[in-house]
Structure formats: structure tokens, C-alpha cells
Design a protein around this ligand. Structure first.
Ligand SMILES: [Zn+2]
Length: 207
């Protein structure tokens, strides 16, 4: 049974005007406000299960706290507690990040499993989180220099300077892989997707 309080929190984030400003494509995949909006019913109807409790990641050092996590295998979003994302800006933006993984599952997943390079999956989710963070005018930070979120925010500022209206005029901003390279490297470091783990893939089976 999905946790109704958490499902409503996700829906509130997805219906935030800042989410409608998230309009970009990176690595050939589209992340758009309309796509987030179309995901709302999956949460309200429980097709994406929202639960309290985040499972540990065996690939990360013990004690690494994860606050929020989407597990495509079970179409389930995990949260630290039932109040998660109700007030905290950074928590809301973390929900936007995880909702981006769910969006990939919905729009790119397929029976038999669609494989997406985890580094690209994460870099894209961090960029979506940063656009949301920037557009919502959220206050937070300072962020650790070189972290995925810090690099994603730098990229948002750079793109906004270039186009003058990154994502805000409904146009889909095409982000070049070259521009995204520092973000990609930071995401790889943050998620320990380096060395032999650089080729790890996310698998999305769709709904
Ligand atoms: Zn992620």
C-alpha cells in the first residue's frame, strides 16, 4: 500500500510551477515538464509505491545516508520518513531527482529492460534537480564544490546565460555532452561509477 502522505508530497513537487520549467534533452533523452505532469496519476493511483524506509546500497560505503530513492525493479520510491519533502527545499529537489528516474522508467522503460548507462542516468537526474532548484528559487547550500549538484547548478547557470531563458519559455534546451562533461564526471564520482563500475547500467522495465 502506497503511503498517501508521501504520494501527495511527490504530486505537490510535480505540480510545482518550477517543474514545468524543466525542459531539456541530454544524451538523446527528453526530460520535460509535461512528462512530469503526466506521471502524477502513477503516484495518486499507487502504480509508483511510496514507502517509508530507504534500503542501504551495498555499493556505497557503510553509513552513507540515502534520503530518497527510486527502485525501478519494484516501481517504488523510498523516503527517510513520512514528513520527507513537506518543508525542506533540498528534500523537495531530491524528490525531483528521484522522480526523474521514475520518468525514465515510464518513458524509456520497456519489457525485457531498457539499459541506460548509470552515469548518464544520474547526470540527467542531477541536472533536472538543479533546474528545479534554480527555477523554484530555492535557498540552500553552499554545496560541496565538485559535487554533482554543484556542477549541475553551474551548468544551469551557464546554459541560462547562453540562451537567456533556459527552460523557462517552454522550449526544450538541448544540452551538449561536452557542456555536461564536468557534471558527468562529478556524478560518476558521487555514485562511485568509476573504474570497473563505470559501465554499470540502470535497467528500466516500464509500466
Ligand atoms: Zn539518482
Amino acid at each position: 500500500m502506497t503511503n498517501k502522505v508521501l504520494a501527495e508530497t511527490v504530486i505537490r513537487v510535480l505540480s510545482d510551477p518550477a517543474i514545468t520549467r524543466v525542459n531539456f534533452q541530454l544524451y538523446g533523452r527528453f526530460v520535460t515538464g509535461n512528462r512530469y505532469l503526466s506521471m502524477m496519476s502513477l503516484y495518486s493511483m499507487g502504480f509508483i509505491d511510496c514507502v517509508v524506509g530507504v534500503p542501504p546500497n551495498p555499493d556505497l560505503p557503510p553509513g552513507t545516508a540515502r534520503e530518497c530513492l527510486y527502485v525501478p525493479e519494484h516501481h517504488r520510491m523510498h523516503f527517510q520518513n513520512e514528513q520527507y519533502g513537506s518543508t525542506s527545499h533540498i528534500e523537495k529537489s531530491n524528490i525531483a531527482h528521484e522522480a526523474t528516474h521514475a520518468l525514465f522508467d515510464s518513458f524509456y522503460g520497456a519489457t525485457g529492460g531498457t539499459h541506460i548507462l548509470a552515469i548518464e542516468d544520474e547526470a540527467t537526474a542531477w541536472l533536472a534537480q538543479a533546474v528545479y532548484f534554480h527555477r523554484a528559487g530555492l535557498l540552500g547550500g553552499p554545496f560541496i564544490d565538485g559535487s554533482a549538484l554543484a556542477e549541475a547548478l553551474k551548468l544551469v547557470y551557464k546554459l541560462a546565460d547562453g540562451s537567456g531563458a533556459f527552460g523557462s519559455d517552454g522550449r526544450i534546451c538541448t544540452v551538449s555532452p561536452a557542456d555536461a562533461m564536468p557534471l558527468r564526471q562529478a556524478a560518476a564520482a558521487d555514485h562511485k561509477l568509476v573504474g570497473g563500475r563505470a559501465t554499470i547500467e540502470s535497467v528500466y522495465n516500464g509500466f
